[in-house]
Design a protein around this ligand. Structure first.
Ligand code: GLU
Ligand code: MG
Length: 417
């Protein structure tokens, strides 16, 4: 629509319908409780307006993120952004804390898997070959108000990584959406096909989304760092992290939402396979990140935990809402800090794992959806309406892909994401 409409006082948003929440990524429609009934609108949050001119004679990229609302302005139960807003408020009211978050994305250009032999990972050659793309993307992100930190030729075939600076609460998830769209917008201008596909082939590496988070009090002071505690994780940070791990199987289908997400969440893919808090371990679901700094104040400001069991097929709003609800629950229930793992858990048998309070994450989307369905907490945190809609949506998607081989599933999802 013409951008000028955003300024009109009578403009409240664009029309939407409840059943749209059940459209799968393959354009199927899950079993809808709404049918053809109901009217909603997407109310723009003009603070998120992106207006990036690539100065190459193509139209500027202009878009805006909004909240899906009923006609009276109340939130639609399946509005992912409103769900996150509720989770942010809960953390604030339970613990007087606010989340500080950054979503770190990996993506791949659509080239031959064997390209890895031509463009070695982490090499100057790899960066040089993608320099025009990288420079343009960094400029576009900056123009949209994000703070790109680096552009890395990752390990996978034509795989790159784009970490960005932290933002508070809902804005961090907005930034994840904006980043994905600007990566695509930049790729189009270079005639490249890019994908955030969680995994492209069984013998390739995955594309992860790693969520770096920390907590601040309402005055902006970091509360997760305590130099006196093991691994410098404060007590309140430990309770939060314990909640995130405790409920991980129940909300995993929100953070790893595709049938193929579970091919990525396997040992030795540097993603996440167990419900563990690891130190110096890039296969832990939660990783305590090493921080540098001259003194405790600097280190406290930089201290963060990384959640590795997410991919870019997931809504960043739902990912963060799940982490915040689970973490807040951990604080509410005063859970003790989990013990920290520093070994390769895939070498341990089940009884050793269970003695240490560890277990393998659900190994398929249907298993994860069963945990989601049975979860009392999901009901409490997300509400019955959202829960039913999400299950119907994902089960419709599963019925679409279940007859396909894993390779066919990877290829089909790759074209979507
Ligand atoms: N590609 C890995 C993943 O799927 C992450 C590699 C890394 O950056 O540690 O999560
Ligand atoms: Mg990486």
């Amino acid at each position: 629509m013409p951008v000028a409409r955003l300024q009109e006082s009578s403009f409240k948003g664009v029309g939407w319908v409840p059943t749209n929440a059940l459209i799968t990524c393959f354009d199927g429609i899950g079993d809808s409780p709404y049918g053809s009934l109901g009217d909603l609108f997407i109310a723009p949050d003009t603070r998120t307006l992106v207006d990036v001119d690539f100065e190459d004679d193509t139209p500027a990229e202009r878009f805006c993120i909004g909240d899906v609302q009923h006609l009276d302005g109340s939130a639609f139960a399946c509005c992912t952004r409103s769900i996150l807003t509720t989770a942010v408020h809960r953390l604030r009211s339970v613990a007087s804390l606010q989340p500080v978050v950054s979503f770190e994305h990996e993506f791949q250009f659509d080239t031959d898997e064997k390209a890895i032999m031509q463009t070695p990972s982490f090499s100057m050659k790899g960066h040089r070959e993608a320099a025009d793309f990288g420079e343009t993307l960094v400029a576009a992100l900056r123009a949209a108000g994000l703070k790109p930190e680096s552009f890395i030729k990752e390990y996978g075939a034509d795989q790159f990584e784009m970490p960005i600076g932290v933002a508070n609460g809902v804005l961090a998830a907005d930034h994840a959406v904006i980043l994905r769209e600007l990566v695509r917008a930049t790729a189009i201008r270079f005639d490249k096909v890019v994908s955030f596909n969680p995994i492209r082939s069984l013998d390739g590496v995955g594309n992860g989304v790693h969520v770096h988070f920390s907590l601040q009090d309402l005055a902006g002071e970091p509360v997760m760092y305590d130099a006196q505690q093991p691994y410098q994780l404060s007590q309140i940070g430990g309770s939060f992290v314990a909640g995130v791990l405790e409920y991980l199987p129940e909300y995993l289908s929100l953070t790893a939402p595709l049938a193929t997400s579970y091919l990525r969440l396997t040992p030795h893919r540097w993603s996440a396979a167990y419900n563990n808090l690891g130190a110096q371990d890039r296969e832990a679901s939660l990783r305590i990140c090493p921080v540098s700094g001259d003194d405790d104040e600097q280190r406290a400001g930089r201290f963060n935990i990384e959640f590795r069991a997410a991919d870019a097929a997931a809504s960043p709003y739902l990912v963060l809402a799940a982490l915040l609800h689970a973490g807040t629950q951990g604080i509410e229930d005063n859970l003790p800090t989990p013990s920290v793992t520093t070994d390769d858990l895939s070498l341990l048998d089940e009884s050793t794992l269970s003695k240490r309070g560890l277990s393998r994450l659900p190994q398929s989307l249907s298993e994860a959806l069963q945990c989601f369905e049975r979860s009392h907490m999901i009901h409490q945190w997300f509400g019955e309406e959202f829960k039913g809609v999400y299950l119907a949506l994902k089960r419709e998607e599963l019925s679409h892909v279940e007859a396909w081989s894993p390779e066919e599933q990877c290829a089909a999802y790759g074209r979507v994401y």
